[in-house]
Design a protein around this ligand. Sequence first.
Ligand SMILES: [Zn+2]
Length: 336
Amino acid sequence: MKIPKLPVILIMAVILFSSCNNANRNKNAGNEEKQKQLEPIKIPPFNADSAYGYVKTQVDFGPRVCNSVAHEKCAEFLIKKLKQFCPDVIVQKGQVKAFNGSMLNFKNLIASYNPGTNNRIFLCSHWDSRPFADHDPDVKKHTTPIDGANDGASGVGILLEIARQLSISKPAIGVDIIFLDAEDYGPPDDRQRKEDTGDWWGLGSQFWAKNPHKANYFAKYGILLDMVGAPNATFLQEEGSMKYAPSVVRNVWNIAQKLGYSDYFPYEKAGGITDDHYYINQILNIPTIDLIHLDRNSKTGFYRTWHTTGDNLNSIDKTTLDVVGKTLMAVIAGEK
Ligand SMILES: [Zn+2]
C-alpha cells in the first residue's frame, strides 16, 4: 500500500461533503453506539502462539510474490487450512495486469461461515508479498523480494487463527474470511513518482470488488488487516476508514479500549492510505475500514521495516497479534 498524493484541498472537500451527507445517519448510529458502549465485554478466546505459527509457516515458503513457486505453495497451504476450518471455501482465480505489463496469476480465497445469511461481515487481508524492497536502507536490495512477515503474513496469520476459533465456536452472524492476492505489486518507489496513478495496488481486491465470489454479495461492513504484527503497533484512525465507515472505526476502537488496549488503539486520526479497503469502498460500496499500523514517528508513516528486507519474523510480536486477534473476536461476538 502507499500514501496517496491527493491535494489537501480535495481531501478537505471530500470530508466536508461526506460529513454533511452523513449527519442524520450518524445521529441514529450514535444512539446505538452509546448503547453498545454500556454493555460489558469479556475477553474472547484467541491463541497468539497459533497465529504466530501461521505467520511463520507463510514466511518459511519464501517471498509470496505472484507467479513464484512460493506463492503457489502458500496458496495450497492457505486453502488446506481454510477447508479444515470451514466447509464453504471458494477459490477465485484469474489474471490481472501489473504496472510493468506482466500478467499476474492471482488467487483470492474466501471462507464463509453461515453462508446463507445476509446478516454478515467480512474480515480480509492480503496474502501476497512485495516483489521489491524499494524502501530498504541498502540501495542494492531495492529489487529484492521481501518476506512480508508483517506486510501480508501477520493479517493472514491472525485471520487463520480466527477461522480456527470460529470452527470451534460458530459465530451468531455470517462471517467471511477473505485472503486477497496481488495487493503489493505496485510500481517501485523511484518509478512510482513519475507514473503511478494508484490503480496498480490492490489488484486482487479490485478484481473481487468488481466480481464478488457470490452474486449480489452483501455484508454490513468489512475490516481489512494490514501490518498488524509489529511490536507496540499503533492503529491510528485512517482517513479513508473514517470517511467510508466511521461507525465501524468507533465500534472497533471502543471494543479495543474496553479490552484494555488503548495504547494500541488510540483515538487518534491519521492521513489516508491507498490499500485494499479503498477499492472495496469505491467499487463494491461496502463500508470497510483499514486496521493498519501507522507510525507517528517514522518518516514513511509506516513501521520502520515497511517494504524493506527487514520485514521478516523479527518484525513480529505475539502480543500485538494477541491484541488484534482478541479485539476482532470481540467485534464478531458483539454482532447480533
Ligand atoms: Zn506493502
